[in-house]
Design a protein around this ligand. Structure first.
Ligand SMILES: [Zn+2]
Length: 405
């Protein structure tokens, strides 16, 4: 049996006045998704436990069949896994943004999209001066870096469940008063941030940026800390191999923790200009080797964050034409197959951010008969008798089929 998962990130939405009070799913031309809806089951799930922040990391963990309340440990450890950083069970990964802070204000949470080369030079300087047996700085892409806090036998990492940190993008153009780390380890994190500030203040990269009329990366902002998630692999849990196609670090990190391979695709950007066709082709080819192939597309979510319904409709139509259609055809060649299309969470254009609400999904293939709904919309899915309040339970239904669940 071959399994195809297609995740149009955040595509669920609300009725939008600009679209004649239709949702994105209602307004978009999506014949291939409609075909799956006619042949199979339309249902709904909730992938985001109330206690956790709504985001792709938590919601996709649910979609992949893992309870985030049991397995989610934070954002930084997933990004660390995506960057190939090895973590011990007691080590902590901490997200390390390059930011611009002026007069107590978060002027830019990404140091004006600093280049990876500039970022690497700065992070290297921090590592040279402040790196130790416990603290290591790793440079990533652009402003996104990681600090790894290693546990030593007599010197455990100072953090705990009660450690609170705050996302720098939530303080854009605002005062950072009250936004510094709190709880266990906060003194260490705040000290590290102020030491880095001194190193960056006269760093050549920043002097060059200022000379070129750009904002300097004045600081690092430490947040999103967590231990390595301790998850059974997907093969241990479901007896299948898998591969992930995505442009997003968090999802790559999830896949690594599941023991899945990640398949890079040229031109996969995470935006509406992504290589939809290339992703569809790479996924179709991967079916030969893997039991489960998951294609994640960020473009729909980004359009939601931009509050741009037109681009969101366009992105969903591209996913339907270049990914859902060709992959459905490719899967059919294997005889026994199942295909699932689902967003992780809603990203309504009106709100420009993720919500905790339900998402509509559809699946068809071996063992699945039509449940009579036949269209893919939020309103119709909400009428379905097939639903999962705990989104992580859907994977078992998808893997085993209706009879065995
Ligand atoms: Zn998402």
């Amino acid at each position: 049996m071959k399994y195809v998962m297609i995740l149009p990130d955040g595509c669920a939405d609300e009725p939008i006045p600009m679209l004649g009070d239709r949702t994105i799913l209602e307004a978009a031309r999506i014949p291939n998704m409609t075909q799956i809806a006619r042949q199979g089951i339309v249902g709904w799930s909730n992938n985001t436990p109330k206690a956790l922040a709504a985001g792709s990391d938590v919601a996709t963990m649910s979609l992949l069949g893992y309870d985030p309340m049991a397995f989610y440990t934070g954002r930084a450890p997933l990004e660390a896994a995506a960057m190939g950083i090895e973590m011990g069970p007691e080590d902590w990964a901490v997200r390390c943004n390059l930011v611009t802070i002026e007069n107590g204000k978060m002027v830019s949470f990404n140091a004006e999209q600093i280049t990876s080369e500039e970022g690497a030079e700065l992070i290297e300087a921090a590592q040279e001066r402040l790196g130790s047996e416990t603290v290591t700085f790793f440079s990533g892409v652009s402003y996104r870096n990681i600090v790894l806090w290693r546990e030593l036998p007599d010197f455990p990492a100072p953090f705990g469940e009660e450690t609170r940190t705050f996302a720098p993008h939530d303080y854009s153009d605002s005062s950072i008063f009250g936004a510094h780390p709190q709880g266990p380890g906060s003194v260490e994190l705040t000290k590290l941030m102020s030491e880095v500030h001194r190193i960056f203040s006269d760093h050549p990269v920043n002097r060059r940026r200022i000379a070129n009329g750009k904002k300097p990366a004045t600081d690092v902002w430490l947040w999103g800390q967590g231990r390595k998630p301790s998850m059974p692999t997907f093969t241990e849990r479901f007896g299948k191999t898998g591969a992930m196609i995505t442009a997003v670090d968090l999802l790559r990190g999830l896949a690594v923790n599941l023991g899945w391979d990640c398949i890079p695709v040229e031109g996969a950007t995470g935006f509406f200009n992504t290589n939809f066709k290339g992703k569809g082709e790479a996924a179709a080819a991967a079916l030969e080797k893997y039991d489960v192939v998951c294609v994640h597309v960020e473009a729909t979510d980004e359009a939601g964050h931009d509050g741009d319904p037109k681009t969101k409709v366009y992105s969903l139509e591209q996913i339907d034409e270049h990914i859902v259609g060709p992959l459905h055809e490719a899967a059919k060649k294997y005889g026994e197959y199942r295909i699932l299309v689902t967003p992780d969470h809603p990203t309504p254009c009106r709100l420009k951010t993720h919500t905790h609400l339900n998402v509509p999904w559809l699946m068809c293939g071996t063992g699945f008969q039509s449940n009579g709904i036949g269209v893919y919309t939020e309103a119709e899915a909400a009428k379905s008798a097939v639903h999962f309040e705990n989104g992580f339970e859907m994977m078992e239904f998808f893997m085993n089929g209706p009879e065995r669940s």
